[in-house]
Design a protein around this ligand. Structure first.
Ligand code: PMP
Length: 388
């Protein structure tokens, strides 16, 4: 029997062999001409994937939390009032993060499973003078998607900067940064961008860069300061050597490779592929009568799903049965609901066969745990969506 499992958690994901190959190439100098060219192409690729022709990309060594931190640290100053729209654990992370920089943070938090109510956001924006607001496009703790276009439009209408945490959405869910007037869209490499963990990826639009340049106080974070990184990003794009902190050379090579594959697939095709995969997974969840955390399919993410676990069934038992069938899934993350659901990632290089193997493994584990499941119902429902 082959000693391997299928990694279907919401990041890190399964990576394309070509990307892993690019990452495994001998490490070169960060100022070698061929590496400068690779870095320059990666910057240009980010702009295309984000649909942000006027955006300024940043590629930093770090995780998604650094991407959040660099956006926050550079755009707020002590005393600023900010609004966090939270649909789960990662929305809440911005409350702590922005508070560290001396801001007054207000939060609009939804009941877990619900998406943002933009009428309430509009009322809140009208009630005070906000500098910035954040939203999590797909909160990985609840699998809830927020309407990023409405978020951007409201920010533009009220003159409030918008940061979209796209860690679980960029390159999987539709995003048009410029057209949707989103000031910052950020992600991490290990998700739908399809590169092993270790890169924080941020694209800042012109209003964000302007707000950064208009600061009257220094950025209170040394490593994340755009004043340090802007000249580096501009130099790489101009194909000139530069240095502030050593870039993650091998990861940047992998990123350039993955961006090339993503752009060869085409963004519209890629978003549509994720939409079909997401719909197929939800069809299986419904056919197995499991229920899910998102309260409607209309705002359920296409990059991951959050099926509920039948009452009385312990999550470790269900997940170990799935693992025995060769598939690795993730447990619940939202603190109050942790043992009520599990999470299935389906983004990036995921193929329909991976999804079917995952649904089959869920069915067989449910059956062996004694849950009255009609094995095959989930697969049939998913196949039906995939065939259409
Ligand atoms: N935001 C979201 C939506 C995420 O899913 C994650 C990671 N799961 C993060 C932020 C933080 O990213 P990282 O773990 O790479 O720091």
């Amino acid at each position: 029997m082959k000693d391997r499992s299928l990694l279907m958690i919401p990041g890190p994901i399964e990576f394309e062999p070509a990307v892993l190959g690019a990452m495994g190439a001998p490490t070169t100098s960060h100022v070698a001409p061929d590496f400068i060219e690779t870095f320059g192409r990666a910057i240009e690729g980010l702009r295309e994937v984000w649909h942000a022709p006027t955006g300024q990309p940043f590629i930093l060594a770090g995780s998604g939390t650094l991407a959040m931190d660099t956006a926050g640290a550079n755009l707020v100053e002590p005393g600023d009032r900010v609004l966090v729209l939270s649909t789960g654990v990662f929305g809440d992370r911005f409350v702590d993060l922005l508070g560290r920089y001396g801001t007054q943070v207000d939060v609009l938090r939804t009941v877990p499973g619900e998406t943002v109510d933009f009428d309430a956001v509009r009322d809140q924006l009208a009630s005070a003078d906000y500098k910035l607001m954040t939203a999590t496009h797909v909160d990985t703790s609840t699998a809830v998607r927020v309407n990023a276009q409405t978020f951007g439009a409201l920010g533009a209408e009220f003159g409030v900067l918008t940061i979209l945490d796209g860690v679980c959405s960029v390159a999987g869910e539709e995003i048009r940064q410029d057209e949707w007037q989103l000031d910052v869209v950020l992600t991490a490499s290990q998700k739908a961008i399809g590169v092993p963990p270790g890169l924080a990826l941020v694209v800042a639009g012109p209003r964000a860069i302007q707000a950064f340049e208009n600061r009257t106080t220094p950025v209170q974070n040394y490593y994340a300061d755009w004043a340090k990184w802007l000249p580096i990003m501009r130099a790489y794009e101009d194909r000139r050597p530069s240095y502030f902190g050593t870039p993650a050379v091998n990861l940047v090579c992998a990123l350039a490779c993955s961006l090339e594959l993503i752009l060869a697939e085409g963004m519209e095709t890629r978003w549509a592929r994720h939409a079909v995969i997401g719909e197929a997974m939800r069809a299986a969840i419904h056919a197995l009568d499991l229920g899910q955390i998102p309260t409607s399919d209309d705002h359920a993410a296409n990059t991951l799903s959050a099926p509920r676990i039948p009452t009385g069934l312990e999550p470790p038992r269900l997940l170990s049965g799935i693992r025995e069938a060769g598939v690795i899934l993730a447990g619940g993350l939202y603190p109050e609901l942790r043992s009520a659901y599990f999470r299935v990632g389906h983004m990036g290089a995921v193929r329909t066969g991976d999804l079917l193997a995952t649904i089959g493994a869920i069915e067989s584990s449910l059956a062996s745990c004694g849950y009255p499941v009609s094995v095959g119902d989930g697969l049939r429902a998913a196949q039906h969506v995939l065939a259409a």
